[in-house]
Unconditional design. Structure first.
Length: 127
């Protein structure tokens, strides 16, 4: 088998020889198999065209939602800059608090560290 492969590539590959090799491989299957293959290729191309239409619709929807996403990004940047650190976004990290909205670490006031952990929301702790 090895000598056949060596003999096949012993001579330089010319365009005519390449065409001869391609024709030999292509002629390996019968006419019915080739027709069935062509039908499948035609069907696949039709399905690819259908996907192209759907992809175009998706692209149009993405372009339609982009202005709204831009407005959200602008509003979120403004809110992050002016963050009031709402209670539902605060996380206690042992030595400090972290606001999950703006990702800022907030030190715990000394007066609160000394007091018991039960502090009312409305209670003024600044003195």
């Amino acid at each position: 088998m090895e000598t056949e492969t060596q003999d096949l590539f012993a001579e330089p590959v010319t365009p005519e020889l390449a065409a001869k090799h391609i024709a030999a491989v292509a002629a390996h299957h019968g006419k019915n198999e080739k027709l069935a293959w062509k039908r499948k290729v035609k069907k696949m191309m039709g399905l690819i065209d259908e996907v192209g239409v759907v992809e175009q619709e998706i692209l149009e929807l993405v372009l339609k939602k982009q202005p709204t996403l831009d407005e959200i990004a602008i509003l979120r940047a403004e809110m992050t800059k002016e963050c009031i650190h709402p209670k539902d976004h605060l996380v206690h990290l042992t030595t400090c608090l972290m606001c999950k909205f703006c990702d800022k670490r907030i030190s715990i006031p000394r007066i609160l560290k000394a007091e018991s952990p039960e502090v009312d929301e409305g209670e003024d702790v600044s003195q």
